[in-house]
Design a protein around this ligand. Structure first.
Ligand code: ADP
Ligand code: 5GP
Length: 219
C-alpha cells in the first residue's frame, strides 16, 4: 500500500550525481537501486565511444560520432560535457528538462569533471561518490569484467587515484564492498533526501489536517 505521502514510491524532482572510478561497480549499483526503488530515471548521456557488448543505444548511451558530438557542443545542447580517457561524454540539457517535468528523481552517471560543472549550475544536486574497497579489489573487478585490454586497465587504475582525490567534494561517499550493503546505503540516501525535499510541503499538509480537525466538534 502506498503511504499517504508516497515518498518511497515516487520521485520528487531531485538530481543525483553518481561518480566512481571505472570498475568500482557504479553501473551494477545503479541498476540494482533503480530496480528496487521506484521513481528514479537514468539520464542517458551521449558518447563517442563504441558500444560494449550488451549495451543498447538509447538505454545505456546515445552512441554518436565525434563530428556529431562536436556539432551538439557548438549548438550549446549540453549541460556539461567532458573528455574521459580519449572519448567524449555529455549530458544533453533538453533531455534533463523533459525528465524533470515528469517529476522523477534523476540519476546522472558522470565523471568528476561533469560533477563539478553540474554542481555549479544546479546547486540543489546531490553528489554521491562510489569507492572500491581497495586498489587491489578495483584491479580484480576491472580484470574480472573482461571489457578492457591490460593497457586500458592500467590507464583506468592510474586515473582512479586522481578521481578518488575528488571524493571529499561529494555529499556522500559509499564504499561498494558488499553489493547488498552498498545498495542499501544508496537507497537510504535517496529516501532521506526525498524526505528532506518534501519537508515543507508535508508540514503544510499536516498542519492543514490538524486545523480542520481542531475546527470540528470532537466532544
Ligand atoms: P563501473 O560501472 O563502476 O565501471 P561495473 O558495475 O561494471 O563498474 O562493475 C565492475 C565489475 O565489478 C563487474 O564485473 C561487476 O559485476 C563487479 N562488481 C560490482 N560490484 C561488486 C561488488 N560489490 N563485489 C564484487 N564485484 C562487484
Ligand atoms: P564508461 O565509458 O566506462 O561508460 O564511462 C567512462 C566515464 O565517463 C565514467 O566515469 C562515467 O561516469 C563518465 N560519463 C558517462 N556519461 C557522462 C556524461 O554525460 N558526462 C560526463 N562528464 N561524464 C560521463
Amino acid at each position: 500500500m502506498e503511504s499517504r505521502t508516497g515518498l518511497r514510491e515516487r520521485g520528487t524532482g531531485l538530481v543525483f550525481i553518481f561518480s566512481a572510478p571505472s570498475g568500482a561497480g557504479k553501473t551494477t549499483l545503479i541498476r540494482k537501486v533503480m530496480a528496487e526503488l521506484p521513481g528514479l530515471r537514468f539520464s542517458v548521456s551521449f558518447t563517442t565511444r563504441p558500444p560494449r557488448a550488451g549495451e543498447e543505444e538509447g538505454k545505456d548511451y546515445h552512441f554518436v560520432s565525434p563530428p556529431f558530438f562536436m556539432e551538439m557542443v557548438r549548438k550549446g545542447e549540453f549541460l556539461e560535457w567532458a573528455e574521459v580517457l580519449g572519448n567524449y561524454y555529455g549530458t544533453r540539457l533538453p533531455d534533463l528538462d523533459q525528465l524533470q517535468l515528469e517529476g522523477k528523481d534523476l540519476i546522472l552517471d558522470i565523471d568528476i569533471q561533469g560533477a563539478r560543472r553540474v554542481l555549479k549550475q544546479m546547486g540543489h544536486a546531490i553528489a554521491i561518490f562510489i569507492l572500491p574497497p581497495s586498489p587491489e579489489a578495483l584491479r580484480e573487478r576491472l580484470v574480472g569484467r573482461r571489457l578492457d585490454s591490460p593497457e586500458v586497465i592500467e590507464r583506468r587504475l592510474a586515473n582512479a587515484k586522481k578521481e578518488i582525490e575528488e571524493a571529499h567534494r561529494y555529499h556522500y561517499v559509499i564504499v561498494n564492498e558488499r553489493l547488498e550493503e552498498a545498495a542499501a546505503a544508496l537507497k537510504a540516501v535517496i529516501v532521506a533526501e526525498r524526505c528532506r525535499k518534501e519537508k515543507e510541503s508535508i508540514y503544510a499538509m499536516k498542519m492543514k489536517e490538524w486545523e480542520v480537525y481542531d475546527g470540528q466538534n470532537h466532544g
